[in-house]
Design a protein around this ligand. Sequence first.
Ligand code: 6GU
Length: 267
Amino acid sequence: NTNDTQPSELAATAASVLAERTGAERHDIAIVLGSGWRPAADVIGDPEAEVQLGELPGFETPSAVGHGSTARSVLVGGKRALVLLGRTHLYEGRGVARVVHGVRTAAAAGVKTVLLTNAAGGLREGYRVGQPVIISDHLNMTATSPITGANFVDLVDLYSHRLRAVAKEVDPSLDEGVYAGLPGPHFETPAEIRMLRTLGADLVGMSTVLEAIAARAAGVEVFGLSLVTNLAAGMTGEPLSHEEVIEAGRAAAERMGGLLRELVVRA
Ligand code: 6GU
């Protein structure tokens, strides 16, 4: 029963199965693709190997539309990237350990860097749908943590200054913003969006924050990139839908894949 296994042990087991199936002893960097980011995967590079996530211990086939269900091993500019097409969200109800298992497996596979991507609602008036925004910091509004015990991990500069500078070298037009991570699966009320804006959030979504914390706790450098797929509740008068989130990802896929590829090369 994988629920009774220590998270680090389960991640190590998953990493060894991954190594076996991909033929890659270690990976250098991991990319987690968020909702709607699936089309960006093919631009990152051609996979040397592809594994069904369901075949790796501790993983389940992601349930949300717009997510893939495989892990790819891709050689990019001499670096070996582990691309996770799809992630588990807190709203799937499988618990926090499942949400961060991908990041822990990547750490066990040797990665020093993780690029976390997501689809987010924009809270700033100037944001446009289809705009990528570098995550500068986060508000963890999930009321939980992936780590337990007297484990007082420092989260200053959680989103690496170095990698943020590299991303701005690649694309100087990129904005930076604070990402608020909520449990979902519902979108927010307009009052909640006003609250989040008051608290300093620029972006809102249902992922990333717990993975970023788990990555830091595992000693992995974190980079976060949101794609603004819609403006948040109360900003446009339009209802929010998961379909528009997926469509915005599809439209931006090429640019996002190219950006991720360049980040892997320069990270
Ligand atoms: Cl507006 N809210 C949340 N929580 N997640 C989102 C979103 C909004 N737009 C895309 N993902």
